[in-house]
Design a protein around this ligand. Structure first.
Ligand code: 3HC
Ligand code: NAI
Length: 714
């Protein structure tokens, strides 16, 4: 077992048992060994059950010690089994059997003890954890709730408030915190989990410790305090968990822990868990869980080794450059910022310092830590300062001539092998690369604003870039804790290309009769944090206006063009920063109120365009906006701009606020049914054949009776 514990995480060895049993004196050591994270697949459940049966039947066994091999105790139920026919034994039965064991059962926890993993530990009679362990009940993040006794045992062990906090947030508590909460009985002195577990079990045996079922624990004894905690959690959940299904079920189950005998509480938990399991939200969230891991595995990450990145340069210290500098500094790397002149450099530096000042003010960073980070940051107005950089990220004005001039400079000063990246939102990166003598080193790294917060990083792959540069970009994303999505070169890549049609469809709806306020509200009801017009007001209407003016000469004259936003911009109404845009923001308020003058402008524009306004229901609005997003997503996959539908899903989830519980637009399309989406597009096509033309990929999938998920597995 000691060797097993040191097991490198590798692909599962199907010949090895998932649960091992070895005797250490009178202690039966039960090792969970199911790489990569010891999930509770059927083999583990069977093995655990058999081990407890054996312990009870064997007079030589005085106690049982459960330890995980590799880096974790147990990461929870095997998520891949959800949605498939269940195979016995069920996890709640395994937990109950552990609790009913006649010999003391000890769980020794290192790494993750999450979900069903923690429920196994809760069913044991004694728990020990190392300080760095991660204990939690994260089922809520998968659209689920603890389903193996966690909702009944956790409140009895640590009280309603602490249990609800863990179950509703899904957060991980450290071993140290778990010991304080009473979730574990003992904090290990060292990280040698096996030695610590054996010593603790030995000690329990020496003190004649008996079995101690958690179901009998009495942390709910103060009924009034427990009731108050449950009521408060319910109120909070109703306010916060917009549209989510499982949080209220969690509260209901926790209340049963207070009101019902254990077995009845368990039965209710089972019923509620199965309801969660059946919900489309569970399917959407689990899709997101796997997809966000899958996007990080681009073909180049398998075929090439990343280049070493020890020093990073950022050109441009504006909104994006400063945010990117912070993101890179946060990963521990040094950053050199280049700006046009001293004044702009000072602004960039001030922006970076402001971020850390904010953290210090909120008590989230010490002054010393801030000083240590800023010691890795320097700036210059001379490109020569980039001579030793391994990677340079350009974030200057969105203007091809300016970008080309910057890349010519980079070509001149950067050492051979340095990766040269652009943060352009729309420009042709092949053209930027061609302006250097080293196109194979040039790549797109498209961050999102604020770059130190937003998780999405589009890695845009031009034709001539070498595979190891792509692999380097993915490695950097990992270091920066971003979700990387591989994208091809086109106008807007994946995210902004979809954003463009979404906005256009919203504008059509607005001109045809829906108010911007109804459109925003319908989209919020669907699960987005903000509607399209709130986003315009937040980002600044002038940005889109400048882009529209730039594109005007190349716009398809046959394409419908809605001028309402231009009318607002002509009045200087750019959104929050000017106190009015589509909404009014009295005295810099961040939530806008509807503006009758905007409605009058919309009315006038409708008249000018000869449009008699129609009524749209909220459902009409959502159907149109989703149909166009999905259709563009299909085109993007068909053209190879995105590798798979799941790459489109992750782009919208992590960069554009698409509701996670729907899994992303392509997953949502599969849930609704592709035939229904196509039927909508065909109906809308009658109004505007150019805009609503169904993607050939969508048509083909419907003809074949296939779905987008089938393309994710390729
Ligand atoms: N089931 C199946 N596979 C899982 C899994 C699980 N519970 N947890 C992780 N994996 C897989 C991942 O998909 C990944 O597979 P891949 O290598 O093929 O991409 C691999 O294990 C490694 O995972 P990570 O890349 O996430 O590894 P990390 O070391 O970064 O993180 C972890 C480890 C903290 C355990 C993280 O994987 C995690 O949070 N897992 C999910 C934990 C969870 O949600 N548990 C609750 C499950 S629901 C439940 O238990 C219901 C019960 O109440 C009845
Ligand atoms: P910005 O206007 O805030 O900053 C640009 C900065 O570049 C300015 O500080 C300017 O002084 C500097 N600069 C200009 N020419 C330079 C040169 N030759 N050498 C050094 N510095 C120079 O612009 P922003 O918003 O930061 O955008 C930068 C890039 O990032 C653009 O390509 C934009 O499309 C892209 N982008 C912007 C996003 C956003 O939300 N603002 C999101 C994602 C990408």
């Amino acid at each position: 077992m000691a060797d097993k514990h040191a097991r490198p995480d590798s692909s599962p060895d199907t010949s090895a048992p998932a649960v091992t049993r070895t005797m250490h004196g009178k202690i039966l050591l039960v090792g969970i060994d199911n790489p990569p994270v010891n999930a509770l697949g059927v083999e583990v459940r069977r093995g655990l059950l058999a081990a407890i049966e054996a312990a009870d039947a064997d007079a030589n066994v005085a106690a049982v010690l459960i330890v995980g091999a590799g880096r974790n105790f147990i990461a929870g139920a095997d998520i891949r089994e959800f949605g498939k026919p269940p195979l016995p034994p069920a996890l709640p039965d395994v937990c109950n059997r552990i609790e009913a064991c006649k010999k003391p059962v000890v769980a020794a926890i290192h790494g993750a003890a999450l979900g069903g993993g923690l429920e196994i530990a809760l069913a044991a009679h004694y728990r020990l954890a190392v300080a760095s362990a991660k204990l939690g009940l994260p089922e809520v993040q998968l659209g689920l709730m603890p389903g193996a006794g966690g909702t009944q045992r956790a409140p009895r062990l640590i009280g309603a408030a602490a249990a609800l906090d863990l179950m509703l947030s899904g957060r991980h508590a450290s071993g140290t915190e778990a010991a304080k909460l009473g979730l574990v009985d003992r904090l290990a002195q060292s990280d040698d989990i096996l030695a610590e577990g054996l010593a603790y079990t030995q000690e329990l045996l020496a003190s004649h410790a008996s079995v101690r079922p958690t179901r009998a624990a009495n942390a709910l004894a103060d009924r009034d305090a427990s009731r108050a905690a449950i009521d408060a959690a319910r109120k909070d959940t109703e306010r916060k968990s917009r549209g989510l299904f499982s949080p209220l079920k969690i509260v209901e189950a926790a209340e049963a822990a207070l009101d019902l005998p254990f077995d009845q509480g368990l039965a209710l938990e089972r019923k509620l868990f199965l309801q969660c399991l059946d919900s489309p939200q569970r399917a959407g969230l689990i899709h997101a869980f796997f997809a966000e891991r899958e996007v990080a595995k681009a073909p180049e990450t398998r075929s090439a080794s990343p280049r070493e990145i020890a020093r990073v340069g950022v050109v441009g210290g504006g909104t994006m450059g400063a945010g990117i500098a912070v993101a890179v500094l946060d990963s521990g790397l040094p950053v050199t910022m280049i700006e046009r002149d001293d004044e702009a450099l000072a602004r960039g530096r001030a922006h970076v310092e402001r971020v850390y000042d904010g953290l210090v003010a909120k008590g989230r960073m010490s002054a010393d830590a801030k000083a240590a980070v800023l010691a890795r940051f320097d700036g210059s107005t001379s490109y020569d300062a980039l001579a030793s950089a391994d990677l340079v990220i350009e974030a200057v004005f969105e203007d091809m001539a300016v970008k080309k001039a910057v890349f010519a400079e980079l070509d001149r000063v950067c050492k051979p092998g340095a990766v040269l990246a652009t943060n352009t939102s729309y420009l042709d990166i092949d053209e930027i690369a061609a302006s250097t003598s080293r196109a194979s080193d040039v790549i797109g790294l498209h961050f999102f604003s604020p770059a130190n917060i937003m998780k999405l990083l589009e890695i845009v792959v031009p034709a001539k870039v070498s595979a190891d540069v792509v692999a380097t970009a993915f490695e950097l994303a990992k270091k920066l804790r971003k979700v990387p999505v591989r994208a091809g070169v086109c106008d807007g890549f994946i995210g902004n290309r979809i954003l463009a049609v979404y906005r256009t469809a919203a504008d059509y709806l607005m001109e045809d009769g829906a108010s911007p306020y109804q459109i925003d509200s319908a989209i919020r009801q669907f699960g987005y944090p903000m509607g399209p017009y709130q986003v315009v007001d937040l980002a600044g209407g002038d940005i889109g206006w400048a882009a529209r003016k730039r594109r005007a000469p190349t716009r398809n004259p046959k394409a419908r063009y809605v001028e309402i936003a231009d009318r607002l911009c002509e009045r200087g109404w750019f959104g929050q920063k000017t106190q009015r845009g589509f909404y009014l923001y009295p005295e810099g308020a961040r939530t806008g109120t509807p503006d009758p003058e905007v409605e009058a402008i919309i009315d006038a524009e409708r008249k000018r365009a000869g449009i008699t306004p129609r009524t749209f229901t909220d459902e009409d609005i959502v159907r149109r906006l989703m149909a166009i997003i999905i259709n563009e997503g299909a085109n993007i996959v068909r053209e190879g701009i995105a590798l798979r539908p799941l790459d489109v899903d992750m782009t919208l989830l992590y960069g554009y606020g698409f509701p996670r519980y729907r899994g992303g637009p392509m997953k949502y399309a599969d849930t609704v049914g592709l035939a229904a989406i196509l039927a909508d597009l065909r109906a809308f096509e009658k109004e505007d054949a150019l805009f609503w033309k169904p993607s050939p990929l969508l048509v083909e999938l419907v003809e074949r009776g296939a779905d987008f998920a089938s393309l994710n597995q390729q």
